[in-house]
Design a protein around this ligand. Structure first.
Ligand SMILES: NC(=O)c1ccc[n+]([C@@H]2O[C@H](COP(=O)([O-])OP(=O)(O)OC[C@H]3O[C@@H](n4cnc5c(N)ncnc54)[C@H](O)[C@@H]3O)[C@@H](O)[C@H]2O)c1
Length: 159
């Protein structure tokens, strides 16, 4: 039987793990969950009663960590949720936040080179900064945030 192979980065975090737990209910899916456990927790991973998933502790920002995973599995779909999050953490560690640019760069180039069908990622409303109009509008509101977290999300959007 051939599985639909799915990669979830940041898959031990709140959103990624929630998606992983849902996906493993489908026996046609095989889900690879990658997380460096910065803020994630293996307690959130899917139940061990399902055998169609695997957890790999790895850093998506490190090409040597993530490239072999793409090479081994040849994913159909990638959900990229790995990111440094949290207001205090991102303000205290701006350089660590900027390292996430390497993460999206790794994901995009490896996905392209291994024929991934589609990539999904999570941006943030933080990209808009202080509102200049209300309600904010996806097309017309300028991307004027100066926060490192938001700047990385803007880069992901325009890549
Ligand atoms: N929760 C929200 O309200 C919200 C809003 C907007 C955007 N987002 C985005 O959604 C995504 C998931 O957020 P969340 O709320 O689930 O946060 P979370 O902290 O629960 O999940 C993020 C996960 O990424 C992992 N991680 C961080 N850096 C990594 C790296 N270099 N390599 C591998 N794993 C790494 C963390 O350990 C964690 O498990 C993030 O990209 C975040 O920016 C979340």
């Amino acid at each position: 039987m051939s599985f639909v192979k799915i990669l979830i980065t940041g898959g031990a975090g709140n959103i990624g793990a929630s998606l992983a737990r849902k996906f493993v209910e489908n026996k046609n899916y095989f889900v690879v969950i990658v997380d460096n456990l910065l803020t994630g927790d293996t307690e959130k991973l899917p139940d061990s009663q399902h055998n169609n998933w695997k957890f790999i502790k790895a850093d998506v920002n490190n090409y040597k960590d993530i490239a072999p995973i793409f090479g081994k599995y040849h994913f159909d779909f990638v959900f990229h949720y790995a990111a440094v999050v949290g207001v205090k953490r991102t303000l205290d560690n701006p350089l660590m936040v900027f390292d996430d640019i390497d993460g999206i760069s790794n994901i995009l180039s490896l996905a392209k080179n291994t024929d991934v069908k589609r990539i999904f990622y999570s941006s943030s409303s933080e990209v808009y900064g202080e509102p200049v109009e209300f309600p904010q509008h996806e097309i017309t509101t300028p991307l004027n945030s100066k926060l490192p977290y938001a700047i990385v999300k803007i880069l992901q959007r325009v890549w």
